[in-house]
Design a protein around this ligand. Sequence first.
Ligand SMILES: Cc1ncc(COP(=O)(O)O)c(C=O)c1O
Length: 436
Amino acid sequence: MTAPASRTAGDDLAIAVGPDLAGLDPERLAVEYGTPFYLYDLDVVSRRVAALRAVLPAGRFDLAYAIKANPSLAVVAHLAALGLGADIASEGELALVRRAGFASARVLFTGPGKSDAELRAAVGSRVGSITVESPGELARLDRIAAEAGRRMPILLRLAVGERSVLEAVRIIGDGGLGKFGMGAADLAVAAERAARSPHLQLLGVHAFGASNVRAASALVEHIGETVAYAQRVAADVGVPLALVDGGGGLGIPYADGEEPLDLDALGRGLERLEREWAADSGLAGLRALLEPGRFLVGPAGVYVTRVLDVKTLDGRTVAVVDGGIHHVLRPALVRQGHRVIRLGTAAHAGGAEAAVVGPLCTGLDILSPSAPIGSVSVGDLLAVRDVGAYGFTESMPLFLSRPLPAEVVVSRGRAALVRPAIDPSEFLDRQLLPDW
Ligand SMILES: Cc1ncc(COP(=O)(O)O)c(C=O)c1O
């Protein structure tokens, strides 16, 4: 096998792409699984977990993987085997993490709009904690826990929106705080009620800051502010602060030139917080939790697609491929193309740029407006990078009734199919015509 021609910074922390694919022959994979398909490198996931764990202050921090980032059973089971907890957001994800082998006590259930049935399922399966997002949800959970004869451990989620925790706490009334969690005034009332309830055990506070943050200082500040706030909340209602969940949001680069999150700087910042906390006897029992998704799995995945057509429009080369934003929605959502690499013997690490577009009947279907894929030809294989998180799970795969791509994992030089492609006829067959 030839050495990878194009790898970015942090290299063994991303799947190796071009001309090979994680050390395997892309053409063979494409023939075996059909294009387009997703490929996740589990060894990269392991290394990303190890790299993050290595900078977390020992004994204080836990990691819970945010299942929504990539709910492929093989990926989730791999993270369970690595000893992480799980952050779930639905009853479907609860079923998934149980099948993947997570101990219930390591599971946290967070998300706005939990139904009574979902709350009952979570209480019944004894998840480690439920993050409560409103006073109304607190009242429902209190009743459901009472019916189940349980004392349910909970976190209260502070609405942060686009603000910092400090700013969010200053806001009474709550304009602009978004849809998650509750404002500080409601949270104070909820904390009182939770502390008095025999069916609820208030552990602490949850606050998710911004998404895809690559500045270590911003993450450290968020965690520090969340703990300081949670400490006040716990003291006000007279419970010991046991758990603070700083959410996810650890970022990854999507474009050349974007710096990866500086893990050493993150570690130094967290160590500084740890020293402050260690000096405070009120925080002796505090556990801090991060629930990253994107950071752990994003760079471990690629989406492989084949060129169907090449044409010139307005003087620029346009490569039309058999995959598109129905499987990798992010370029359309945030208007930022993904890095695309040409695979196989003709692989290019650079060269002339071409737009890489999909087959959908919408102008949004652009995977990259300018990928350096050289003199691309019909039949070439391209790899769209950084799709291990919010790839398939965030896609709209039924749009235009094309097959759903297979998911494949690779580890130690072996590939395994973990979900076969799904033909649209399966969805067609489930439809009914009214029989009136
Ligand atoms: C509650 C919660 N935790 C964790 C995550 C994971 O975020 P990220 O993938 O940015 O780390 C999300 C993402 O939406 C979330 O809503």
